[in-house]
Design a protein around this ligand. Structure first.
Ligand SMILES: Cc1cc2nc3c(=O)[nH]c(=O)nc-3n(C[C@H](O)[C@H](O)[C@H](O)COP(=O)(O)OP(=O)(O)OC[C@H]3O[C@@H](n4cnc5c(N)ncnc54)[C@H](O)[C@@H]3O)c2cc1C
Length: 431
């Protein structure tokens, strides 16, 4: 029987594990943390329909908290933008509850777990990934599999150690990563933001996004930046929030575990190779601007399994795995190309630029809630509108051209695997 090994108990890996195992494959997950350490001390947005999509039983309603409308603030906080009603908000779920659900599902179909296994690097033979090296209790050993699923997150030790012969992009540029800190504090007073969920752009001249969520008994603060962020920047942001908003308490209730990294770029050009497939953050599938990393990872895990379980195949060649990549890009990945162009344009802008674009209504709530999908529509109108700030014109023109090219690239993706054609397409997409 084919042996599938999964690097990291990411959401995408667990979803793939569940679907492969219930269709007769032998699956083992290797995770560096202990079972009790998985998850964070907060709730995150996800789409409950992901469970249906992934062939999993719908969890009880009580694990989901209803979403709330976001209010967006300009860098000076003088401009406030509210979404029009009605909006279909995502739901929130505690990450520990989510892990419990995913792992219980996996265990119910015989997936094996190996916790405390710190993966060090990939093992490769020619252009085929054959396994990985893990360190457990001080001993290093090699684990081999017929298919290696990489669900070990943005800094996956498997992906980052692959040699060029495998053909996978293993390094992300610094501004393709969103650095983020999150902590939950107690409340000093009963006051709140109105509405209670505020998203703040480019505060303190930092190219990033912060938020404050006023809960009944606590205040949830996130500080984020496109590119490397230091704890000094985090502390300065929280101190400034405290000065402006007297309701933020001094005592941290949960979170605060340091600065995390989330990929913020289009999906990697190639997410499959011989014996190897990437899912989730390790493939840069997350889209932090729209809070979709969990849902995308899970859907990718299901699509990966679907490519094999339709006719029980043990052929894990790149050619067979291409079915997964082709479907993922057509159903999800290509739809995020415009957000990547939005992000590339944003990181070239200053706080003053953002203040100007919001004040002049060149970027409106429609563009923000669409997480960039519409920003460069009607590009000619937008360029005319930014006449008062000429330095923005080339950024918008380049973005418009990139958007047109992205549409052509998406259409040019080969539907069946031919190594030369796929390599050529990946180079085009990578640009
Ligand atoms: C502060 C914050 C807020 C977020 N908010 C949201 C949100 O609201 N909605 C949303 O959808 N997404 C959100 N995300 C993003 C989301 O966490 C990710 O997109 C999602 O978790 C990706 O899942 P994944 O399957 O790629 O695996 P990951 O969650 O990245 O998990 C990777 C796993 O691999 C393990 N691993 C790593 N290295 C090794 C190793 N060497 N050996 C063995 N195991 C290893 C890790 O311990 C981890 O368990 C947020 C992220 C952060 C940090």
């Amino acid at each position: 029987m084919a042996e599938i090994i999964i690097a990291g108990a990411g959401h995408g890996g667990l979803t793939a594990a569940y679907n492969f195992a219930r269709n007769g494959y032998s699956v083992t997950v290797y995770e560096k943390k202990q079972r009790s350490e998985l998850g964070y001390g907060w709730k995150d947005s996800m789409s409950p329909s992901a469970f249906n999509f992934c062939g999993m039983p719908m969890p009880e309603k009580k694990v989901f908290t209803p979403g709330v409308p976001n209010c967006y603030y300009s860098p000076s906080a003088e401009i406030k933008l509210l979404p029009p009603d009605p909006v279909n908000y995502s739901k929130y779920i505690d990450r520990k509850d989510l892990y419990d659900i995913l792992i219980e599902n996996c265990e119910s179909v015989g997936v094996k777990f190996n916790y405390g296994a710190n993966i060090r690097s990939a093992t490769v033979s020619g252009d085929r990934v054959t396994g990985f090296m893990t360190e457990k209790d001080g001993a290093l050993s090699e684990v081999k599999g017929d298919l290696i699923i990489d669900a070990a997150g943005v800094d996956s030790p498997v992906r980052t150690s692959l040699p060029a012969s495998v053909g996978i992009q293993n390094i992300l540029a610094d501004n393709e990563v969103f650095y983020v800190y999150r902590a939950i504090f107690d409340r000093k007073t009963d006051e709140s933001l109105d509405p209670p969920y505020g998203v703040f752009f480019y505060r303190q001249d930092r190219p990033g996004i912060d938020w404050i969520v006023c809960e009944e008994n606590s205040i949830d603060i996130l500080v984020g930046k496109f590119g490397k962020m230091t704890m000094d920047e985090v502390d300065a942001s929280i101190a400034d929030f405290r000065e402006r908003y007297g309701f933020i308490g001094d005592n941290m209730i949960s979170g605060g575990g340091g600065i995390y990294r989330i990929p913020v770029r289009k999906t990697l050009p190639l997410i499959v190779a011989n014996g190897y497939a990437l899912v989730g953050d390790s493939a840069a599938m997350a889209e932090p601007l729209s809070g979709s990393g969990i849902t995308m990872s899970m859907k990718a895990g299901k699509m990966l399994a679907d490519a094999f379980i339709v006719d029980y195949s043990e052929d894990f060649s790149a050619a067979r795995l291409w079915r997964y990549q082709y479907r993922y890009f057509n159903e999800i990945g290509n739809g995020y190309l415009s957000q990547d162009i939005y992000r590339s344009a944003l990181v070239q802008m200053t706080s003053d630029d953002i203040e100007y674009l919001l004040r002049e209504k060149i970027i409106t709530i429609k563009e923000i809630e669409g997480a960039g999908s519409y920003v460069f529509n009607d590009i000619a109108d937008k360029v005319r509108g930014i006449g008062g700030r000429r330095s923005l014109i080339p950024i918008f023109v380049r973005a418009g051209a990139a958007l047109a090219a992205a549409g052509r690239t998406a259409k040019a993706m080969p539907s069946t695997y031919d190594k030369d054609a796929v390599t050529e397409w990946a180079a085009l997409y990578g640009k």
